[in-house]
Unconditional design. Structure first.
Length: 402
């Protein structure tokens, strides 16, 4: 087997994960990756089976990470561990069930629909400024501003602090996204998390004194009922700020790229804006922003005919599942009317993305705004540069002309 198939960070895998995962799936759907020291799943059925089996597969990333560190490192990374260990995405039941239940009602499709006019106006204001220039850098001038503004308003954090929060959030990302190009990534992540916690703590105290209608106040009310601790409230806010914008920003950028490379689909959407819902589902499937997520086997389990031993880690490659030809006919074709489209871009099982309805709404408004107002763009760079991460499909920038 060529060595590159075991190198999840090989430039080929980072630049074109879809071809890489096709090759891996053809070789072995459940593959032991010696270099990473865990299993890599590229078949749809296996990915879904593991994500739905939270009894046998744990999400407790911190518990497993701590076992890989020595005492000095554990001490060094304490600030980030203290927060990430309380993130919904990294905890198992019963704590997961308790916290998720408290958040669910705020993020249902019905509950988030109220933000649509606000999202539309953010998109329109940005495009009014951008349109006459006939060019833009999609990520920094458009894509991040939509979800970050929304999540801060939803939480009740002042919009004025947006740039600082963005910076701290990017620092946290160096840890979470396994950025191979940054040797100090854990220290940087600790700086980011400490700054964000220090920023959020007084906001939480303020809402305790005088509650409003925002999400922080709702979480503080749960603290009063002894359903949440202060540390859980702050960790949840950090997760929502971080998870609530990076992923959606990347989806919007990947979506613009996909449509720019398929101008006939851009024009189809422009001609028939009602296609926006299925178009966003297809963009999530075709080049979603979360490529993979990890689980740890609590006990021995057989997946796709392979025995996974207790304690072993499993990479569930969502982007590979989303292009599994056994589930998606012509998986490499972008078809904005694809139906059915049971993609797993938001995961599956008990950890399925809490923010999916909000992410969908934001992406729909952003992509609909762009296709309505602009002609199909040209990508104005000869090379695309992706962050070297296994988890996230994230362009460094995306300059376009239109
Ligand atoms: C396109 C945008 C997004 C994508 C592709 C995405 C993807 C995902 C995925 C794959 C998971 C499951 C991870 C796992 O099973 O290990 C997840 C969980 C989560 N996401 Fe998202 N996400 C997006 C946007 C958002 C937004 C906007 C928010 C918040 C407002 C959010 C908040 C969360 C939270 C809190 C969890 C943890 C849920 C749990 O563990 O129960 N996400 N997301």
């Amino acid at each position: 087997m060529p060595l590159v198939l075991d190198d999840l960070m090989a430039p080929e895998a980072i630049n074109d994960p879809h071809t890489y995962y096709h090759q891996l799936r053809e070789l072995e759907r459940v593959h032991w990756n010696e270099r990473w020291g865990g299993w890599v799943l590229t078949g749809y059925d296996d990915v879904v089976a593991v994500l739905r089996d939270s009894d046998r597969f744990s999400s407790d990333r911190m518990a497993y990470l701590e076992t890989e560190l020595n005492a000095e490192e554990r001490c060094l990374y304490q600030p980030i561990f203290a927060v990430l260990a309380k993130w919904l995405v990294f905890i198992d039941p019963p704590d997961h069930t308790r916290i998720r239940r408290l958040l669910n009602t705020r993020f249902t499709p019905r509950a988030v629909e109220q933000y649509r006019p606000r999202v539309r106006s953010i998109v329109n204001n940005l495009l009014t400024e951008i349109e006459p220039r006939r060019r833009m850098e999609v990520i920094h001038e458009f894509a991040y501003l939509v979800p970050l503004t929304v999540i801060l308003e939803l939480l009740g954090a002042p919009a004025l602090d947006r740039d600082l929060i963005k910076q701290w959030s990017e620092q946290i990302g160096t840890f979470f996204f396994l950025r191979a190009d940054e040797p100090r990534r854990r220290e940087i992540a600790c700086e980011g998390v400490t700054s964000l916690v220090n920023y959020l703590r007084p906001l939480v105290a303020q809402r305790r004194e005088s509650p409003t209608l925002d999400l922080i106040s709702a979480l503080v009310a749960c603290e009063d009922q002894q359903e949440l601790t202060e540390a859980e409230i702050i960790a949840t806010c950090v997760l929502l700020v971080f998870g609530g914008h990076e992923t959606t920003m990347n989806l919007i950028a990947n979506g613009v790229l996909a449509l720019a490379n398929h101008p006939e689909e851009w024009d189809r959407l422009k001609a028939d804006p009602k296609l926006i819902e299925s178009a966003v589902e297809e963009l999530l499937r075709y080049d979603g922003s979360v490529k993979a997520t990890v689980r740890w086997a609590r006990s021995e389990a057989v997946v796709g005919g392979k025995t996974i031993k207790a304690g072993q880690k499993v990479l569930c490659a969502l982007s590979a599942a989303n292009r599994d030809p056994e589930h998606f006919p012509e998986p490499d074709r972008l078809d904005i009317t694809r139906a059915p489209n049971p993609h797993v871009a938001f995961g599956q099982g008990i950890h399925i993305c809490l923010g999916a309805p909000l992410a969908r709404l934001e992406a729909q408004e952003a992509i609909a705004g762009l296709t309505r107002r602009l002609p199909a763009p040209r990508i104005s760079t000869p090379t695309l540069d992706y962050h070297p991460t296994v988890v996230s499909r994230a362009l460094r920038n995306l300059p376009i002309e239109f």
